[in-house]
Design a protein around this ligand. Structure first.
Ligand SMILES: [Mg+2]
Length: 324
């Protein structure tokens, strides 16, 4: 806790932009450090506010967003073009993207999207065969859908999260983690404190999965207590909520996330979504948003820049164009 919180963002639309942009920036910031040890980010950029930049590395350009944000954009554009959730279309976009050979793609996601099975069976068939599909690969891409479904209320946004997660992940644990993220973002967009909403949110989680999420979302939980690699959905979400809880700014939250090591781009993307929604887009440093860009393999030469991503977030927050 190195600095005082800035002024709270004024409107729901600003918080929505913060969620989408914050997730993308976390993704790009964490990408060069993926699968590294703890503390690498702080070792390279010792103090907050020291000009820590988008450094690139590990095959990533400075500011280049990975599969987390690329898939989030695909979901967001499908929602807007169809005026709602059209699952076969989301799956078709995912498949087109996966076929184009993105630099980064989760193992389960790749198997499901390239296996040739129909959209409503592919993930379940993969889960039946492999028995493991509780990765963070659905949670990581949920910022856009969380913003879009927030006005529809708790039940609807959690249900939409589960359905989109189920396109690639057959394990209900992945659905429930994504549903929790959707609901915490909804709370933040209303101006509430997502940390205070954890208990209520857990009450809406499938009973068979509630205890495990209660554990990683508890105030005294620490990422060191994780029993799996943070590429799994539970410690990934737990670490993001821990990073939000133990910091007072967007920058400190995503620094803490990247410093955990492991699946740094995704832990920082989830953290950045929450922290961006709470602290707003103005809390995200310009030196991080300016180099941000989101390539979309399979969709021509399209590369979204920061302002284009913000426009997408604004439309998702107000699909009818109404201001708030
Ligand atoms: Mg990634």
């Amino acid at each position: 806790m190195t600095d005082s919180p800035g002024p709270a963002p004024r409107s729901r639309t600003l918080r929505a932009i913060g969620a989408v942009l914050g997730s993308a920036v976390g993704d790009a910031l964490g990408a060069p450090f993926e699968f590294g040890p703890e503390g690498v980010f702080s070792a390279r950029f010792p103090a907050p506010g020291d000009g820590a930049g988008m450094c690139g590395g590990g095959g990533w350009e400075p500011g280049e967003a990975t599969d987390d944000t690329q898939m989030a954009v695909l979901v967001g554009e499908s929602l807007l073009e169809h005026g709602g959730l059209e699952l076969p279309d989301v799956f078709a976009r995912f498949r087109r993207w996966a076929a184009a050979g993105p630099k980064d793609i989760g193992l389960a996601t790749e198997a499901v999207l390239t296996g040739g099975d129909p959209w409503d069976l592919a993930a379940a068939l993969h889960f039946q065969t492999n028995g493991r599909a509780a990765g963070n690969g659905a949670l990581m891409r949920a910022s856009t859908s969380a913003v879009y479904f927030a006005p529809h209320g708790r039940e609807a946004t959690m249900d939409a999260a589960r359905r989109i997660a189920a396109l690639t992940h057959g394990d209900r644990a992945a659905w429930e983690g994504t549903a929790i993220f959707h609901e915490l973002i909804r709370e933040a967009l209303t101006g509430g404190d997502p940390l205070e909403a954890v208990a209520t949110t857990l009450g809406a989680v499938h009973p068979g999965h509630r205890a495990r999420y209660a554990q990683v979302l508890a105030p005294d939980w620490h990422p060191d207590l994780a029993t799996e690699f943070n590429g799994a959905v539970w410690p990934c979400l737990g670490s993001a909520v821990w990073a939000l809880r133990t910091t007072t700014s967007y920058e400190d939250a995503v620094r803490a996330a990247v410093d955990l090591g492991g699946d740094t781009d995704t832990v920082a993307a989830v953290t950045g979504g929450l922290a961006g929604a709470v602290h707003g887009p103005d809390a995200i440093p310009d030196r991080w948003t300016q180099p941000l860009h989101v390539p979309l393999p399979g969709f021509g030469d399209r590369v979204l820049n920061g302002p284009e991503l913000m426009r997408l977030a604004r439309r998702l927050a107000s699909p009818g164009g109404e201001a708030d």
